[in-house]
Ligand binder design. Structure first.
Ligand code: AHG
Ligand code: MN
Ligand code: MN
Length: 336
């Protein structure tokens, strides 16, 4: 890889895309980069530092909380609190949002929503995990404490979103609504370098990613779509290839690169779906649209859903344009 542009340089160069910005968003992206480096370092030494495994209790959503979930959450909060760019933060790991309610932060324009560690059940088996983040401009008046309404904005109001994937290499991918760019971390130098400029999701693909063990619980449209992808039809490259890591970040990153569809539908066990609208689906939907792909709940554009609660879950169909459209056809045909 030729090392030309660092993430820091890229952020500053692209500040001009926001004519009225005073550099706060650039500073915020730099803070996220810093927190990401810290989490990366902890993950790399996890096997040695006895920080794999469960904490011994569940998070607000009834899921086993892992030690690294807690650590990553704490690192993001403390890094972002130590700087002045946001007035509050919502996290998958916390029941309520955190208000940075002091004179420095209450003037800040932005709020952040994060899934500090995505795919954390994969930590103990050395499989890729990630961090997902989403940035909004606050809508409550500056100078006052941040409000729930600042976090419950539809995804189409995001000003930036991205993820870090802690994989064979660590990559940060983000968008500010002007395309998607990816940066690979060089641990020797301690910098991210532009490695995936102007990422585009292939219009079509042949990878489908879904936890097929839940087949019996799926809606009829998804069952029929799975049957279709497994049929033999050389003209349309079927049967497709099944790939499912169980870390949304890793499944998304592969499908973005190679072309594919990720589906986490509703099911009898997860009547509203499993993935969280604010921490997972909205940021990934913003990224995939910016890369020329599509994200829906099977019928409706993810970014147009008005959130009603912080930890809201939605079904998620996301990936290459033609593949998502095909899955939607099946959903529409079998809609009750
Ligand atoms: P998290 O680790 O942040 O709770 O997210 C786990 C999510 C997502 O990363 C993944 O795609 C999905 O859960 C996997 O769920 P299943 O194990 O039910 O397939
Ligand atoms: Mn997650
Ligand atoms: Mn998580």
């Amino acid at each position: 890889m030729q090392r030309h542009t660092t993430l820091g340089e890229f952020i500053i160069e692209n500040q001009k895309d926001f004519p009225y910005a005073k550099g706060e968003l650039s500073a915020l992206l730099s803070s996220i980069r810093l927190a990401g480096k810290m989490v990366n370092q902890e993950i790399n030494k996890a096997g040695l530092a006895e920080i794999t495994g469960a904490v011994g209790h569940e998070n607000v959503q009834g899921e086993d909380q892992m030690k690294l979930d807690v650590l990553a959450n704490d690192l993001f909060i403390s890094t972002l609190r130590s700087r002045g760019e946001i007035c509050g933060l919502g996290s998958e790991e916390m029941e309520d949002f955190v208000s940075f309610n002091d004179p420095i932060h209450s003037e800040a324009k932005y709020v952040v929503l994060i899934d500090p560690l995505d795919g954390s059940s994969n930590i103990d088996v050395n499989v890729s995990v990630g961090t997902i983040f989403s940035i909004y401009r606050r809508i409550s008046p500056s100078g006052s404490p941040v409000q729930l309404e600042d976090f419950l904005q539809p995804g189409n109001k995001q000003v930036a979103a991205g993820y870090l994937i802690y994989g064979t290499s660590t990559i940060l991918v983000y968008t500010t609504g002007n395309g998607v760019n990816g940066f690979t971390y060089d641990p020797g130098i301690g910098s991210f370098f532009l490695s995936h400029p102007k990422m585009q999701a292939p219009r079509d693909g042949k990878i489908y990613s879904i936890n097929e063990g839940n087949y019996i619980h799926f809606p009829e449209g998804v069952k029929q779509y799975i049957k279709w992808v497994q049929e033999l039809d050389e003209a349309s490259n079927r049967p497709f290839t099944s790939r499912y890591i169980g870390s949304l970040v890793a499944d998304f990153h592969r499908n973005l690169t190679k072309g594919g569809i990720y589906i986490y539908p509703t099911g009898t066990k997860a009547p509203k779906g499993k993935l969280r609208l604010l921490y997972e689906c909205n940021p990934m939907a913003f990224l995939i649209e910016q890369a020329g792909g599509k994200a829906t709940d099977g019928y409706t554009r993810i970014l147009d859903i008005q959130p009603e609660e912080l930890h809201q879950r939605v079904p998620f169909f996301c990936g290459s344009m033609k593949m998502v459209e095909k899955a939607e056809e099946f959903m529409a045909k079998h809609r009750k």
